[in-house]
Ligand binder design. Structure first.
Ligand SMILES: *Cc1c(COP(=O)(O)O)cnc(C)c1O
Length: 409
């Protein structure tokens, strides 16, 4: 089955009773069994079945199966939000005293999470740039995971997934990749050697900006050494499912950030049109970047799809000639950036990315407001920077909108 067919038919089990073409919303807290014996079996993993929606649910299960297939994993756990997915993916492995090595251009919420984890004795070291050497310099005997985003947001730096997987494995640790900004349509990190993939499904996977959600997908290939990853020691009997078993039966069940069936239903419908939307979004973004690059009011345009971008070559081969839907521009000053944002007609000014509508934000005064100047610049955030998440509008309307807003500066 090829990708577009998988989006519609992958891992689909038709609804037995009615023949419904989508898995319905099982808006049920718990699932009833005829006999005490049968519930005992399901509880103890000796028979398949659903128990309680905090642990699993048929609507959520169908979505997890489809994304497992799209990412080429062995299984997945959907969560209440992208942040729930990132947190659990890390906390499932690490303990007090362990360390994370992370790319520096990561999403502000994840940066904030890594700061928060310091209170629990988990320290994060940031590679100073995206070279493999910079990641290697941060690794020590306490490092338990390397974490990167496929395209850092808003720095828009691109890590070499295959090379970083090699580095992680040389050090006996897994590579976790946040694939939110590229989606499995542009890249399947597990196929490049990554071990675990996480997503905020609130963005491109949902596509319509109508539900918060996240998901963790495991490639099932990492050989867990339970002396090094002592939190997994009761689960290595599950073989390729060690990590997922610990997640589902441990941290995910105990912390409780399960996905709501209604949100997952909406996200599953969005997912069906992922490739159509991504094609249009990537094309619109590249076109807009090219036009803005020529504009006298724009000081700089950052987009991996531009030929002179330092990540262009890597992005081209890693993402199959597409470069995502996010670009940033520098307007010259904070005042000018605000002026542009205030004069846009179609682009909404809000915190999100990955909607079908074009979105903009001034990151320095919002998402990164609490960070120091050095932290901001480390994350590629400048006072005059506008982040643009390009949508599905007609490109001529988008260009006209940005040009008229820039013309008023
Ligand atoms: C939005 C985002 C998250 C967090 O997801 P939520 O669904 O907002 O919790 C994590 N990683 C990346 C790259 C994101 O863009």
């Amino acid at each position: 089955m090829n990708f577009n067919t998988m989006l519609l038919h992958g891992n689909f089990t038709p609804e037995e009773k009615t023949g419904g073409t989508t898995t319905p919303i099982y808006q049920s807290t718990a699932f009833r069994y005829e006999t005490a014996e049968s519930l005992e079996k399901v509880f103890n993993g000796n028979a398949p079945g659903f128990i309680y929606t905090r642990i699993n649910n048929p609507t959520v299960d169908a979505f997890e199966k489809r994304l497992t297939l799209l990412e080429g994993g062995v299984g997945a756990v959907a969560c209440a939000s992208g942040m729930a997915a990132v947190s659990l993916a890390i906390v499932n492995l690490l303990r007090n005293g362990d360390e994370v090595v992370s790319g520096s251009g990561i999403f502000g919420g994840t940066y904030s999470l890594f700061k928060c984890l310091e209170d629990f004795g988990i320290v994060t070291r940031y590679a100073k740039d995206n070279t493999v050497e910079s990641f290697a310099e941060c690794i020590n005997s306490k490092t338990r995971v390397i974490f990167v985003e496929t395209i850092g947001n808003p720095k828009l730096d691109v890590p070499d997934i295959r090379a970083l997987a090699g580095l992680a494995h040389e050090n006996g640790i897994p590579l976790i990749v946040d694939n939110t900004s590229t989606t499995p349509y542009l890249v399947q990190p597990l196929k490049l050697g990554a071990d675990i993939v996480v997503h905020s499904t609130s963005k491109y996977i949902n596509g319509g900006g109508n539900s918060i959600g996240g998901i963790i997908i495991d490639g099932g290939r990492f050989q867990w050494d339970d002396r090094k990853f002592s939190s997994l020691k009761d689960f290595t009997k599950y073989g390729a499912f060690t990590y997922l078993a610990k997640l589902r039966k441990g941290i995910f069940k105990d912390f409780g950030p399960c996905a709501a069936p209604f949100n997952v239903y909406l996200t599953g419908i969005g997912l069906e049109t992922l490739s159509l939307r991504m094609d249009r979004i990537c094309e619109n973004a590249r076109h807009l970047a090219l036009v803005l690059q020529e504009n006298e009011h724009v000081v700089a345009v950052n987009y991996p799809g531009l030929n002179d971008n330092p990540y262009h070559h890597l992005a081209k081969q890693q993402f199959g000639g597409k470069y995502g839907g996010i670009l940033t521009i520098r307007a010259g000053s904070k005042e000018k950036a605000f002026h542009v944002i205030n004069n846009l007609r179609y682009a909404f000014n809000l915190a999100n990315i990955g909607d079908s509508r074009t979105l903009v934000i001034h990151p320095a005064s919002t998402i990164y407001a609490a960070n120091s100047r050095a932290e901001k610049e480390g994350a590629g955030v400048y006072e005059d920077l506008i982040r643009i998440s390009v949508g599905l509008e007609d490109i001529d309307d988008l260009i006209e909108d940005f040009l008229q807003a820039l013309g008023k500066v």
